[in-house]
Design a protein around this ligand. Structure first.
Ligand code: ZN
Ligand code: ZN
Length: 585
């Protein structure tokens, strides 16, 4: 038998390391980025990249050319890539690890090596704890604190790599399709776990199934294209790993236990613990198998989750709320009166943040408008980037005037949807905006966002944001914390002060639906709404396809307990206009 090929994760790590090495070596950005994006493609591929490369077909993956395919085959044959070996010899291995710490990068890593002899995360940590980093020119106590926080966060991340929700759903759907093809009629398979709770990211996939032939179903998991290996399979289920390194747990029960199984494996662990604790007082023991009654010694099984919650004296709790954030108390009130009627995707009547080819989008005004109308929207705001966005996507004041004309012209032409001429205006470091007020006043909709200068102090950042919130022409703040899920922490900002300012001025705060962002987060959106701020959910689409990202924003809103009334764009355009802004104090 042949030796097993390298898993995708190992190949991806090797390509990523090569990218880092090139960067440390001062290679052109283009080359570094090429390796990083190739690594990402490999990591996310749903089939074995080793097998593809052997067959000469790895070039079918986007971003992988003949040279990269060759390097992958060399890696498979020799266990290493010669270019990486050569560069690795030039730098201490710990230094490469340091370049990957958020806020550092190759430039600072080399500075620290030069000035303090730091060449590993361990020596970096020691130096930060001993407050020696602040002695280096250009670095300060704040940098030291950031380094320590990043090291800690990095350790947590390595313990459990996380996958963004859309990718997890796609893999889950492929697995369900594969299993269903091989299953007996009447078999029911669905996604549970954090995917069903619509979490930002997940670390493993929970599938539950009810079937009359459990062992046979469990046996088919190993045969799926997406599965790299299976470590256990039996009558109760199977556990495997995908080529992307995700653990898959398949649990199987009888149809009469479907409710128990689904509830248990939807979690969260904290919700279930709270549920168990509350139930024990009533003489009931909740488990994945059923509900054991102390009084009768009987185990009751539930075909649906609603039945299960009812037996526990609770109203049905939506999966997105099952985080032990007060949902049990709310569900205990008469008939679940304390639970919110969560906003649904169907409640959304328009999208107020998208891009076109005028900045860094990929579709025209006409194409975006038609697609939005297709989705049933009543309105769409075009918010291309502003005058100082950089990356070659600036929209000069003259170009914006032209864009306003084009949007209004298309609006006059198209039926069934109202088009708003807007802009996603940069909030400058001093809190100002990068168009004159006179020009901003010509727009139908202004959303203001921060895209640069994130490294300011919390106080400065908060003042900067509040200045934008208080600007009389700014209707909403885009992606208010700047986080990128599992990649970049939010900038330092006092959100309570931001929420209060938004509530006071009537400036809306966005839940950005880009699955990398989901910003505000669920918890933050809930706090903002409680503080009296109005939330707007946007796709931030850069092409027709990603108008779909609205759904991830709605998912965060649901996890944040929001109702349609909390969300500005669940209103008609006329009602939205009535949500006018309060004049500056
Ligand atoms: Zn933006
Ligand atoms: Zn945007």
């Amino acid at each position: 038998m042949a030796t097993p090929e390298l898993p995708n994760a190992v190949i991806a790590d090797a390509l990523e390391e090569l990218g880092d090495l090139y960067e440390l070596d001062g290679a052109i950005v283009h080359r570094v980025v090429a390796y990083r994006s190739a690594a990402k493609r490999v990591r996310e591929a749903s089939v074995s990249v080793a097998a593809l490369a052997r067959a000469g077909r790895a070039t079918e993956l986007p971003g992988i050319g003949a040279t990269l395919q060759e390097k992958i085959v060399t890696l498979l044959d020799a266990g290493t890539i010669p270019a990486a070996e050569r560069l690795r010899a030039k730098f201490p291995p710990g230094l490469i690890a340091i370049t990957r710490i958020p806020g550092l990068g190759p430039k600072r890593a080399r500075l620290l090596q030069l000035e303090l002899g730091i060449d590993s995360p361990e020596s970096l940590r020691e130096a930060a704890l001993a407050q020696r980093l602040r002695g280096v020119r250009g670095l300060g106590p704040k940098f030291e604190a950031n380094v320590l926080a990043a090291l800690q966060a990095g350790a947590a991340e390595r313990a459990a790599p996380r996958i963004l929700l859309p990718k997890a759903i796609a893999v889950g759907a492929a697995l369900i399709a594969g299993l269903s093809e091989r299953a007996r009629p009447g078999t029911r398979i669905e996604l549970a776990g954090s995917v069903r709770r619509q979490a930002d990211s997940v670390k493993d996939l929970d599938l539950i199934a009810t079937t009359s032939r459990p062992a046979a179903l469990a046996g088919t998991l190993a045969g799926l294209d997406e599965i790299e290996s299976v470590s256990a399979a039996g009558g109760a289920g199977a556990r495997g790993r995908t080529h992307a390194g995700m653990t898959v747990d398949l649990r199987i029960a009888k149809p009469s236990q479907h409710g128990n199984l689904l509830q248990h494996f939807t979690g969260s662990a904290r919700h279930n613990a709270a549920l168990r604790e509350a139930s024990v007082r009533g003489g009931l023991h909740v488990s994945e198998y059923g509900l054991l009654e102390d009084a009768s010694g009987r185990t009751r099984t539930c075909a649906t989750e609603a039945e299960l919650y009812e037996l526990l004296g609770l109203a049905y709790i939506e999966p997105e709320l099952r985080e032990d954030r007060g949902e049990l108390q709310a569900a205990r009130l008469d008939g679940g009166a304390g639970l919110p009627a969560l906003v649904r995707l169907e409640d959304i009547r328009g999208d107020l943040h998208c891009h076109t080819i005028a900045s860094d989008g990929h579709n025209s005004i006409e194409e975006m408008a038609a697609a939005a109308r297709e989705r049933g929207y009543e309105y769409l705001a075009f918010t291309d980037h502003s005058a100082s966005h950089g990356f070659g996507n600036d929209v000069s004041p003259d170009q914006l005037r032209r864009q306003i004309e084009l949007v209004h012209r298309e609006n006059a032409r198209i039926d069934g949807i109202e088009l708003l001429a807007g802009s996603e205006v940069n909030i400058l470091p001093d809190g100002g905006l990068d168009y004159e007020d006179e020009l901003l006043a010509e727009l139908d909709w202004v959303i203001a966002s921060m895209h640069t200068a994130f490294a300011m102090s919390e106080q400065k950042m908060t003042e900067r944001m509040i200045a934008a919130i208080e600007h009389p022409l700014v209707r909403a703040i885009g992606h208010p914390t700047g986080r990128l899920i599992a990649r970049r922490a939010p900038y330092a900002i006092d959100l309570d002060a931001v929420f209060a300012a938004a509530a006071r001025t009537g400036t809306m705060l966005e839940i950005n639906g880009n699955p990398d962002r989901r910003d505000l987060s669920d918890v933050q959106a809930r706090a903002a709404a409680r503080a009296g701020a109005t939330i707007v959910i946007d796709s931030d689409a850069h092409r027709v396809l990603t108008l779909e990202n609205m759904r991830w924003g709605v998912a965060s809103a649901r996890r944040g307990w929001l109702t349609a009334a909390d969300v500005a764009n669940s209103r008609s355009l006329a009602q939205l206009r009535e949500l006018g802004k309060q004049p500056r104090k």
